[in-house]
Design a protein around this ligand. Sequence first.
Ligand SMILES: [Cu+2]
Length: 156
Amino acid sequence: MVSFLTHNSFKLLLILTFSITFIACNPEEEDPNENMNFPETNSSYNSEATTASTSDTSSASSASSGAGELVKVGQKENPYIFQPETYDWTLNKTYTLEFTDVNEFHTFNVDELGIEVYVNAGETVTQDVTPSVAGSFKLYCVPHESLGMVGTINVA
Ligand SMILES: [Cu+2]
């Protein structure tokens, strides 16, 4: 009797387990229904996450561009010159380079300082730089270096 009960309850347990498994599996069949609820939560969560990451990115990028002393850089065509051509910077100080109003593609490259900024025509680009090496370095525009579009960066 006891063993039967045990057996029976075991069987019941098995059935229960089975049905639980079935129920557990079933929601997958109900998934469309759940999905009908979830996308709303999901998308709002996602958009929140996107907004959060976007604001993170923008705050990060604003932190990396705009934190320093503003240096307006003109890049003139014909003759190809940087304006100014010479920059006297303080070591480890952050400068925010601002490039505006150029009519064609230019770059602002200083190899020794790891600076490489691309500026497309009509684009405003800001870039923070923090010179960490003292010395006198060549500034050049990649496509116009041969045309004399060079300058000097002094870091002390
Ligand atoms: Cu150029």
